[in-house]
Design a binder for this molecule. Structure first.
Ligand code: ZN
Length: 324
């Protein structure tokens, strides 16, 4: 689907307002500060594109004639999201409302190559003209702008042009971002976040930072390499080549001690950035959520409700979010 013509600021504003609740054209005009005529034109275009539909009549109050309200057409467009983890590939398909309509996971072989990922991905992404693109979450470091990745913990992956490789193979627009950024985006889609960190404790350890209401990637897309900050000078060797990183110290501990390592690191993060929300995620946390929750400092801490599909859902939202 070519939605290039629908990505104007006003189109996105209307889609965003409708996403927040079924609305009439009149209330969209009021909230978007657009004229009713402009809103009628935009809505007609979005209905023609199959993204909006009219629902039952609603009365906005008063005795005027009932107004038709609008809602998103869930199957009007789709996006795929993928998570290249260190031992498996997860893929979800999201509908226009951001709800997953399918989800799959396949193992990746030890020391897998970019070709292995392409081969695993291809059968999981079905050709469909309504698919807008594929978002991929993977460990950093990477360059968000050109989609070139050199992920820690994946030996042999150095400056891999993942976005270009996947886009060419699948014939779809592709966006590549850090797994942790995709994860925090999924959380922010579900509810408003202001200054928050998504702490991801999986095969690796990282944070997705959401600062001032936006994903914070940093100058070189390097923000959030939280797992590779040093907490023990003579600590265990890490996959990044240094010693005593939080990730390596956490991996060398178990149970309550492992949760305490994360809690100490999260406390540092809260001190540094004055965060108001922390969301815990990743398979280690999901395996024993209470253990990690109990160890945390006194801020608003919760465990993700997206489960194991958090990263692929957020990766799909990298694509879908361009409409809103
Ligand atoms: Zn490290």
């Amino acid at each position: 689907m070519d939605l290039t013509s629908l990505r104007s600021h006003n189109d996105r504003t209307v889609l965003r307002l409708v996403r927040s609740g079924a609305l009439s054209r009149a209330s969209i005009a009021e909230q978007a500060e657009l004229t009713p005529q402009a809103v009628s034109k935009i809505v007609a275009r979005l209905i023609a594109a199959g993204l909006l539909e009219e629902t039952g009549a609603v009365r906005d109050g008063g005795r005027g004639k009932p107004r038709r309200s609008l809602r998103l057409v869930a199957d009007g467009a789709f996006a795929y999201g993928a998570y290249v983890d260190r031992d498996e590939l997860r893929v979800v398909k999201l509908d226009l409302t951001g709800e997953p309509v399918s989800s799959s996971v396949v193992p990746l072989p030890p020391m897998f190559t970019p070709s292995d990922v392409l081969a695993a991905l291809e059968p999981l992404v079905e050709p469909d003209p309504k698919v807008l693109g594929l978002g991929i979450g993977i460990a950093g470091p990477l360059d968000f702008r050109d989609g070139v990745v050199s992920p820690n913990g994946l030996p042999g992956w150095s400056a891999v042009p993942l976005r270009a490789l996947v886009s060419e193979r699948l014939g779809l627009p592709v966006v590549v971002d850090k797994d942790t950024n995709a994860a925090v985006l999924a959380e922010a889609w579900r509810r408003p976040l202001q200054d928050a960190a998504l702490v991801f404790v999986g095969t690796g350890l990282g944070v997705g930072l959401f600062l001032g209401g936006e994903v914070h990637r940093g100058t070189r897309s390097g923000a959030g390499e939280f797992g590779h900050t040093t907490i023990q000078l003579d600590g265990p060797l890490c996959v990044c080549g240094r010693r005593g990183c939080i990730e390596a110290v956490h991996a060398a501990t178990t149970g309550v001690d492992a949760a305490r390592v994360i809690a100490a690191a999260v406390t540092n993060l809260v001190q540094l950035l004055d965060l108001d929300q922390i969301v815990l995620s990743g398979r280690k946390v999901l395996a024993s959520p209470d253990l990690y929750l109990r160890a945390m400092p006194e801020v608003d801490v919760s465990v993700t409700e997206f489960g194991a599909d958090l990263v692929p859902i957020g990766a799909g939202l990298l694509i879908l979010g361009e409409l809103f």
